[in-house]
Design a protein around this ligand. Structure first.
Ligand code: FAD
Length: 349
C-alpha cells in the first residue's frame, strides 16, 4: 500500500499518523522544522475538560498516559479583573490537565513523536511537503484572527494559576500565568482592536508584578489562531485537519484535543471506518459551532460583565459543569445571540 502522505508534524498530523498506524496503514509525515515540537519552547498548555464528554476521550484512544508527561491537573485558580479584587474559582473536578509543549523530553510533542516511531510511522524532519501530494494537510493556522503572545520563565514562587481579564491585557480574550515546579508560562490571547493596540505582554507582566508575581521571561513566543469552521464534508481527496482545517475552539483557542480528534477522524476515514469518522466529524462541528456562539457572546462582555461572570463561576459548586453546559445546545443562549440583548443568561447563579 502506498503510504499516506501527511503535511505537518504538529499534534493533529501526528494523531492522524498514529491512528493510521494502529489500523495497520503506513504513513509518512513531513515536518518542515528539524525537530518535532520545535515551534514551542516548553510553554504549558491545558487539555481542557469541558468541551467533550468522556465518551470521546482522545487521550485514551491515543494511548497517552498523562502521568508519564508529568502532567498536572488544575482545579483551582484566581481570576483577576482589575480594579476588583481577584476571585478564586475552584471545582470538584479539574478544569484541565497541563502539559508541556516543545522539543524537549516529556513534552506532549515528543511523546507523540516517539509513539509514531514505535508504531512504524516514517517522519521526515526538515522537509516541506508539496501540498498537491499530501493526502492529509495538518500545517497549522494560516490566517490570523487572534494572537497569542508570551513566554516562559523560571520562578521560585509556589505552584499557582492565574487568569487575567480586561481590555488592557487581552481584548476579547484572556491572559494567564501558570507556575509549576519552578517553571512558568505567561501568555495573553487577544484580538487586535481596530485602533489603540498596546503591548499586551508588557501590560500583563506589569500587572502581575504589581500584585507581587515578578519574573523575567527567558524566551518569548508569538503565534496566531485562525477562526474558521471545519468543512461540511472534510472527506474529499485531501483531508485538512487540526488548525489548518478549523479544528480549534473559537472561544478560548483550545486546539489540542480538537486537533487530535480531527487527526483520529482522518485516520478512521482512511482506514475505511466511515461511520466512526462521520460521527466524529458531526460531533466536532457541533462543538465548534457552539464555540463560535460562545465567542460572539463573550465578545459582547465589557470588563464589568467579565467580572460578573467570574463572580458567578466563583459562587458555583461545579464551574466545570457550567462550562460544559456552554458546549451543549441551548435555545435560551441562541435567543440571546439573535436578539442582540446583553447575555445575562450566562451569569450563572
Ligand atoms: C502559545 C499557545 C498556547 C496555546 N494554548 C493552548 C491550550 O492551553 N490548550 C489547547 O488546547 N490549545 C492551546 N493552543 C492551541 C494548540 O496548541 C493548537 O491548536 C494545536 O497545537 C494545533 O496543532 P496543529 O497540529 O493543528 O498545528 P501546529 O501545531 O501548528 O502544527 C503544524 C505543523 O506543520 C508544520 N508545517 C507547516 N507547513 C508545512 C509544510 N508545508 N510541510 C511540512 N510541515 C509543515 C509546522 O512546522 C508545524 O509543526 C495554544 C497555541 C499556542 C500557540
Amino acid at each position: 500500500m502506498k503510504p499516506i502522505q501527511i503535511a505537518g508534524g504538529g499534534i493533529a498530523g501526528l494523531s492522524a499518523a498514529l491512528g493510521l498506524a494502529r489500523n495497520g496503514i503506513p504513513s509518512v509525515v513531513f515536518e518542515k522544522q528539524k525537530k518535532i515540537g520545535a515551534s514551542r519552547h516548553g510553554d504549558y498548555e491545558g487539555l481542557e475538560n469541558w468541551i467533550f464528554s468522556t465518551n470521546h476521550d482522545v487521550i485514551q484512544s491515543l494511548g497517552l498516559n498523562l502521568a508519564s508527561l508529568q502532567s498536572f491537573s488544575v482545579s483551582e485558580f484566581l481570576v483577576h479583573c482589575p480594579p476588583n479584587n481577584p476571585v478564586k474559582i475552584s471545582s470538584p473536578e479539574p478544569f484541565f490537565s497541563i502539559v508541556s509543549r516543545g522539543a524537549h523530553d516529556q513534552s506532549l510533542d515528543q511523546w507523540m513523536y516517539k509513539a509514531c516511531i514505535e508504531n512504524g510511522v516514517e517522519i521526515k524532519l526538515g522537509e516541506t511537503c508539496d501540498f498537491d501530494k499530501a493526502d492529509i494537510i495538518a500545517t497549522g493556522s494560516q490566517k490570523a484572527a487572534a494572537y497569542i503572545q508570551g513566554g516562559s520563565f523560571q520562578s521560585h514562587l509556589p505552584d499557582q494559576v492565574h487568569l487575567l481579564l480586561g481590555n488592557n491585557f487581552a481584548p476579547k480574550g484572556y491572559a494567564y500565568i501558570i507556575i509549576r515546579n519552578g517553571k512558568g508560562t505567561l501568555a495573553t490571547a487577544y484580538k487586535k482592536p481596530m485602533s489603540g493596540a498596546k503591548n499586551y505582554v508588557k501590560e500583563t507582566i506589569t500587572y502581575f508584578h504589581n500584585v507581587g508575581i515578578s519574573f523575567n521571561l527567558d524566551n518569548t513566543f508569538a503565534s496566531r489562531g485562525s477562526f474558521k469552521m471545519p468543512a461540511q464534508n472534510p472527506f474529499s481527496k485531501q483531508i485538512t485537519i487540526g488548525e489548518a482545517g478549523g479544528y480549534q475552539d473559537l472561544l478560548f483557542g483550545f486546539g489540542m484535543k480538537v486537533g487530535m480528534m480531527s487527526g483520529w477522524m482522518a485516520a478512521s476515514h482512511l482506514a475505511g471506518n466511515h461511520e466512526h469518522a462521520s460521527e466524529l466529524h458531526k460531533m466536532l462541528r457541533k462543538k465548534l459551532r457552539l464555540s463560535y456562539l460562545n465567542r460572539v457572546l463573550y465578545e459582547r462582555l465589557n470588563d464589568r460583565m467579565q467580572y460578573s461572570l467570574a463572580l458567578a463561576l466563583a459562587k458555583s459548586d461545579n464551574p466545570v459543569a457550567h462550562l460544559r453546559s456552554a458546549y451543549e445546545w441551548n435555545w435560551k443562549r441562541m435567543f440571546t445571540l439573535v436578539s442582540g440583548r446583553k447575555p445575562v443568561e450566562i451569569h450563572y447563579s
